[in-house]
Ligand binder design. Structure first.
Ligand SMILES: [Zn+2]
Length: 285
């Protein structure tokens, strides 16, 4: 068997049938944590946080951007960058997956980057979208993150990145893993220029992205209940052959162990960010 044959096998897809819903779709959403049925408009008003138990629903990139920037005004940067099948895969599965997720999310890649204002301050903002190949970091994602830090140096602006990612994108192999070093180097240059990098970890924030820039924020903020770590709990348990403690790799657990600086509820996030930027600006003077 030739080595290239390993990658040419067709993936086996499991067909998931949606469960029978008693609730009319589009009007109500059931909270997966407390099972409360919430009116969608109410959920939107509460920034997609369960009004009963505080469960934070996943947000797509644009929902997140519009929650953070003033007046929903955002100037997207490098939106024209699109991934190519550089290795490439014999049967075009990567190209097919890109096409499928572009249609599904309406995005060109797993991160949207750009410029806007937050509480009146100019900021550079990057937001991952977990719906686009698991928010994975490939060449284009790495390039957009790198450029965001470079704009930060040039314009002396704070950089905020919200991660929701499963890590590096395996479809791009080593090219994808290289982005870990590249983004970190860009962050290093940005930091030398006294930049402020705020890393916000949404659910989930793991693997290659966590092992590079996401865990290097000057301030690291986690959303409540997010999965945060490098390898998944099952992989760790199988490797160390030990049972992991309760709640391992949740925001609350990593906060208690000093890996993140604070856990901030989505409803307070914008004002907390505004305060941090204000302090940073005052310290610059
Ligand atoms: Zn709930």
């Amino acid at each position: 068997m030739h080595i290239s044959d390993w990658f040419s096998r067709k993936p086996k897809y499991a067909v998931l049938k949606p469960e029978k819903r008693e609730i009319p779709e589009g009007l109500w959403t059931r909270c997966p944590k407390c099972l409360e049925i919430i009116y969608n408009k109410e959920l939107e008003r509460n920034l997609k946080v369960c009004t009963k138990c505080g469960y934070h629903f996943k947000l797509n990139a644009w929902e997140r951007i519009f929650q953070l920037v003033d007046n929903k005004e955002f100037y997207e940067l490098d939106g024209y960058l699109e991934s190519v099948d550089a290795l490439p895969f014999d049967d075009g599965i990567y190209i097919d997956k890109l096409k499928e997720d572009r249609e599904k999310t309406g995005l060109t890649e797993a991160i949207v980057t750009g410029k806007g204002k937050l509480e009146g301050f100019d900021i550079l903002l990057g937001v991952f979208d977990f719906g686009f190949i698991g928010g994975s970091m490939a060449s284009v994602v790495g390039e957009k993150v790198t450029r965001l830090f470079e704009y930060g140096v040039k314009e002396q602006l704070p950089v905020i990145i919200v991660t929701a990612t499963g890590g590096a994108r395996m479809y791009e192999g080593m090219l994808s893993l290289m982005q870990m070093a590249k983004t970190n180097a860009a962050l290093g240059r940005y930091r030398k220029n006294r930049g402020l990098f705020i890393s916000i970890l949404a659910d989930p924030s793991t693997a290659g992205v966590m092992a590079s820039f996401a865990s290097q924020g000057d301030v690291i903020i986690a959303e409540p209940g997010a999965l945060i770590g490098f390898a998944g709990p099952r992989v760790i348990e199988q490797t160390i052959k030990e049972k992991l403690p309760e709640g391992f790799q949740s925001s609350e657990f990593v906060f208690q162990h000093g890996m993140v600086d604070m856990i901030v509820d989505r409803n307070r996030l914008k004002s907390v960010l505004g305060r941090i930027i204000k302090i940073w600006i005052m310290k610059q003077k």
